[in-house]
Every structure is written in structure tokens, then in C-alpha cells.
Design a protein around this ligand. Structure first.
Ligand SMILES: CC(C)(COP(=O)(O)OP(=O)(O)OC[C@H]1O[C@@H](n2cnc3c(N)ncnc32)[C@H](O)[C@@H]1OP(=O)(O)O)[C@@H](O)C(=O)NCCC(=O)NCCS
Length: 156
């Protein structure tokens, strides 16, 4: 039976990091992941009986703005409506109407089904690993911006 809770003290962060790896949603260091979740405003974990299968978290100022991050499920649980339910449970914990997120490339349709719309003026700076044009998150408006990314990649 699929169930959800926010009992963060029960989480095995090695296992949680492995879910990110397998989802896949990139590599996470268990200690950093633990701190990121603990420093978040709200989080929800999904279980199949007692087995941790997914999670998500949000940062929020409690009054105006929130941002959702790290929505992730083990691949064998995709496409069964669990992601949508997990996302909804997280939203219920947010006392604000302004919520932003950035979708992993190819997941926009999921967020659209959850009622989210594309932002017309979204702007971001990311660490080089995520900002790499090949990752598909950022649009490089001019050659100067692109050259600066290429330089950072080259110089590490
Ligand atoms: C993104 C993710 C959490 C979605 O969870 P899920 O349980 O597979 O999605 P659901 O089954 O709840 O889908 C809800 C709806 O979105 C649709 N949907 C799901 N993924 C989609 C996609 N990639 N593109 C378009 N539509 C999608 C489903 O068809 C469903 O539509 P319906 O309500 O009309 O039936 C899951 O696929 C995942 O963990 N992916 C890997 C990690 C990741 O990319 N996370 C997102 C980070 S931004």
C-alpha cells in the first residue's frame, strides 16, 4: 500500500540518495541531502508499505513565496499517479499561492498536468554542472554568456 508522511527522523539518507541515482535525478551526497531536507520548509516522503520509494521538498517564506525541489520516485513506481499525489501532499503544506519550480527537461508535461504554467520571465544562475547548455536548463542569450560557460567548463 502506498502511503505518505513527513517523518524526517526516520529517513536512511544513503537509501534516499540511491533513489535520486536510480530515478534518475542526479547524484546526491547523503549528508548534504539530509541537510537540504532538514533546512527546507516542508517535505513529504512516499512509501510502499515500509519501503521508501520517493520524496520531495519545498523552501518557503511562510507568507508569499515557495519553490519546490527534488521531486523524485523510484523508476518502477513511475506512471501510476504516485508522483502527482506526492506533489499534491507537498503543496498542501505550503501556505502561499506563489510557487515556482524548474522542471527536469522532459518532465514539463507532468507539471502541466499538476496545474503549473511555463514562466515567461524566469531567469537563473546555476552551478556549471547544471548550467551546462547540454543539460537543457538554460538558454544562452548571447555569445558572451556562452563563452563564459565554455571557459568555466574548460577551467573546471
Ligand atoms: C516526475 C515524476 C515524479 C512523475 O511521477 P509519476 O508518478 O511518474 O507521474 P504520475 O503518474 O503521477 O503522472 C501524473 C500525470 O502526469 C503525466 N506525466 C507524467 N510524466 C510525464 C512526462 N514526463 N511528460 C508528460 N506527462 C507526464 C501522466 O501521464 C499523468 O497524467 P494523467 O493525470 O492525465 O493520468 C517521476 O517520473 C520521476 O521521479 N522522475 C524522475 C525524477 C524527475 O525527473 N523528477 C522531476 C524533477 S523536476
Amino acid at each position: 500500500m502506498i502511503n505518505f508522511n513527513s517523518n524526517i527522523s526516520q529517513i536512511d539518507w544513503e537509501l534516499a540518495a540511491d533513489i535520486f541515482h536510480r530515478a534518475p535525478l542526479g547524484e546526491r551526497a547523503p549528508k548534504k541531502l539530509e541537510r537540504a531536507f532538514n533546512n527546507s520548509y516542508a517535505y513529504v516522503f512516499a512509501y510502499d508499505n515500509k519501503k521508501l520509494i520517493g520524496m520531495c521538498r519545498a523552501i518557503c517564506d511562510g507568507e508569499y513565496q515557495a519553490a519546490i525541489h527534488d521531486l523524485v520516485l523510484l523508476p518502477e513506481y513511475h506512471g501510476k499517479g504516485i508522483g502527482k499525489e506526492l506533489f499534491q501532499k507537498l503543496r498542501e503544506k505550503l501556505p502561499v499561492q506563489n510557487i515556482i519550480l524548474f522542471s527536469a527537461p522532459g518532465r514539463e508535461g507532468f507539471y502541466s498536468k499538476c496545474g503549473f504554467k511555463r514562466m515567461l520571465t524566469a531567469m537563473a544562475v546555476f552551478e556549471p554542472r547544471i548550467g551546462d547548455p547540454e543539460r537543457g536548463y538554460l538558454e544562452y542569450i548571447d555569445t558572451q554568456q556562452r563563452n563564459s560557460v565554455d571557459r568555466k567548463k574548460r577551467d573546471g
